[in-house]
Every structure is written in structure tokens, then in C-alpha cells.
Design a protein around this ligand. Sequence first.
Ligand SMILES: [Zn+2]
Length: 321
Amino acid sequence: MTVWTGDLKQQLAEAVASSPLHASRAFMAVISREDFAGVIPAASVERITSELQLTLQDLMQECIPIARVYSVAPISNYHVGAVARGASGALYFGFNMEFPGSTLAETVHGEQAAVTNAWTHGERRITDMAISAAPCGHCRQFLHETAAGEDMQIHLPGGMGMSLKSLLPSAFGPKDLGITAGLMANVPTSPFGKGVPSHSSMARRVAEQALQEGYGPYSRCAAGIALQLTSGDIVAGWYAENAAFNPTLEPLQSALISLRLLGSDPSDIAHCILVDAPGPLDHRFRTKELLRLLAPKALLTAYHAQRSMRKSSPGETSLNG
Ligand SMILES: [Zn+2]
């Protein structure tokens, strides 16, 4: 059983105490909330920059060490912090995640987490991304695959902003495969995963809604996941497919990002419901093994979206437990 060690609240408090942001009442009002989950609303961003006389870029840089607190990097010990600015003006924290006992293919990069955080809060695009170090090639590709990604500005510590386009010239992307939309073009129509009452039909609905938000235009195998926690809360995640295939984010990884942001742990997962569209991929392939590693006591139920339309859902399969 994996436990994401350390008291997240305590670590956040320490990072904030050593940050100039602690002098902002508006910032403290946001970060002190019991339900803070790595999002600074647009109105708060305006108040913080006004109180501290900071530029938006300064504020994003100051948030990086705080976003980095969420990083789970027991293999590399290389902790990445990322801060995305959505088109709404809100800021979203991102961080890297590694999973000992699996493979490096399961790794979540900080920029992917920031995009997922923004996307699950209804953002359609990212205008700016501040990162603790230069984005790796994998992330340049992932960011390029977001809607309007080519217009995104990248900000590194101590440096000037630069366009993603300049970091990935002659890029391969969705348009090369005839897709004009890109990641984040879909937006959630309802809030996910926070304090939803516990019962399996609700978890199924969340998983099926996540499937709708999921993005799989190349394989046509979108997928959504709902993690039902022992507390009764439900956390959703969805598939984010890339034209370049390998930077693709699986639905379980997406849900684990939200789980971490909520301050929960894989040991809190009671039941994982995976819904996918039938086709050439099988999302159980990776979900099953990673879930077994992180939450061996959790029940995994997987079914195809078509079958879910039947009342009795005869296609459901319990893979463990
Ligand atoms: Zn990366």
C-alpha cells in the first residue's frame, strides 16, 4: 500500500511561511482554506498582485515552491513545481508524481498535472505556464497538444517569458492527424469529485461523465475513471490522448493528480470504476497494475460505455477484490 508520506498541510504551511506571499491577506485567505486544492481564483490573483505590487509573472514564480510541495518523487528526488494560468485568470498548481514498483512510463510530469488541474476546473486553455526548470521534450509536446497551445507563454525562474512555439519549432501535433481541437477543448459541464455522496450509481455517473470529457480522437478510445474514497468522496479523472501517443495521460493518472491536490492518499481508494469506449485500446491494461500497486485493497470495476447503457450492466467485470 502506498502512502504519500508527510503532512501535506504542514509542508504547505512551511513553504508559505518562507514565501513573500505570506504578507498577502488575499493569498493567506485562499491557501488557508480547509478545501484548498491547488487553485487560486482569478479575483484572488488580482488582489494578491495588487497587495504585494507584483506582476502576474512574479506571482506565478512565487507560487512555484508552494506547488512543488505536492510533488511525489521518491525515484528521482527531483521535485518539480508548475503553475498554469488558465484563460479565466485563475492559477493552477502542478507537480510531478513517480510510482516505485511500476515503470517510468507511469510518471506524471509537473506540467501535465497543472494542465489536468486547470482542465478539471473547466479551463479551455492555458495562457501561461511557470515551471521550476525548463520543460522536458515530453512536456513541450504535451503542452503543444492543448487547445491554442502554440500561443502559450513559458516562464522559467529568473528568465524572460518565451513562447512554447519557440521551444518546439516545426512541431508535430493534432493538426498533422487532422484534428483541430486539442486537449482541453472539452470542458466539464459539472463539478467533479468533491464531496459527492457515496453510492455506486453516483460513482458510475461520475465515471461516465468523465468519459465524456476524456479525449481520445486518435484511437477513439476515450476513458473516464471515478475513484470512490473510503470517506465517500468521489474523485474523477479522464484520458488525455496525444497525437504523439506517448505523452498521453491515462485516466488513473489524471484522477491521482486530483487525489493528491485534495490531500488524499491512494490508501483512501475503496473502489475504482473505469469506463471506456470499446476499440483498439484497453485502459484496464495499465489501470489494473498501477491500482494494484498503489491501492491493493481497492475494488476495480471496468466496463465499456455501450454496455453501461443497459440497466443491468452485464458487461461489468470486477478485476480484483
Ligand atoms: Zn516533463
